[in-house]
Design a protein around this ligand. Sequence first.
Ligand SMILES: [Zn+2]
Length: 418
Amino acid sequence: MPPTDLPAVVERFLRYVRIDTEADRDSDTTPSTEKQKELSSLLARELGELGLSDAAMDDHGYVYASLPAMPEGSTAPALALVAHVDTSPDAPGGPVEPRIHADYDGSVIALEDGVTLDPARSPELLDHLGHDLITSDGTTLLGSDDKAGVAIIMQAVADLLAEPQRPRPLLKVCFTVDEEIGRGVDELDLEKLGVEVAYTIDGGGVGTFSYETFNAAEAVIRVQGVGVHPGYAKDVMANATTIVAEILAALPAGEAPETTAHREGYFCPHLVEGDVTQAEARILLRDFTADGLDRRKQLVEQLAAAAALKHPRARIQVEIEDNYRNMREYIETKDDRAISFAFSAAEELGIELREELVRGGTDGSRLSEMGLPTPNVFTGGHDFHSCFEWNTVQNLEAALAYVKALVEYWGRHGGEEA
Ligand SMILES: [Zn+2]
């Protein structure tokens, strides 16, 4: 496929992925790597050229811009589209040399350095027969996560400007930095963003939509034992290490990260240290429901209490701290149209939207907790953070069409009584 025949969103995508924007966990500046600003400043400039007169990059590399509502005076709530410019440090970041493999036939694709795209490992490839696949040359990640989101938002803005008859709410564009190292919203200025609902365009396969994350807490069990010479310890010693091991062994084996999926929660002991006199275990507790998380907290307390009865010479303490909550609770309290409109817009467009649970936290969950309902929309990408990451020309077009339909749906219905 000659580059001149490529849809505009794909042309943008190929330009943006070539700019290396790898984030760095070991850096404590924002952005963590100066090179992220290269893409941010390009985006701010391009938004300005499109006619968004307030488009600008701030000192931290965040880009903000606004597109006025249509028709003028629309009462639909202001909406933000958010994507991150950085790429993951978990695979080589650049320079990226994208490749297009036209009319995919289901075979194994060989890239450089023995890297392959193999339906045996990535069965979703077989759902994309006839698509024009986009990959890196195999020596780096592709960076579809999240330059697909960036390209989709940029093209949506360009297209919406060209179609002023399409209703839309006041639309804000926001590009963030350092999402991949968990700092994507650290310097995000919510007041400056000034919207009531947002969507991150940072999801996976076509049709996937995420608005639920785990409820998360961490339990710390501290055991104070009694240490004496082991040869003369009968009826005297309380071995803190043994007691911690007993408590951990009593956790339900079927509720561990390695034995659960989908909507199932878990207990994950992730750190144990100690000796005879003192030992500590840290356990991650995860559950999609608030009740389920409470039940997990209670079980840890009960196991510790039972161990205290069995080992009266030891002192056992439990401390539990909440980390984050399922964003669905925040979204439903604040404005559940962030979810229902997303499904309605998909239905009108004739695509099936399906919920993809996030078995972790996201930038959207932090934003939702901060009061801005922010579900996550698909970009069409697969196998993130790897040298065999891929997307397709057709998926990018489908994601773009959906994002525009979603904006239009808010434009048409956002002003109605909630
Ligand atoms: Zn991402």
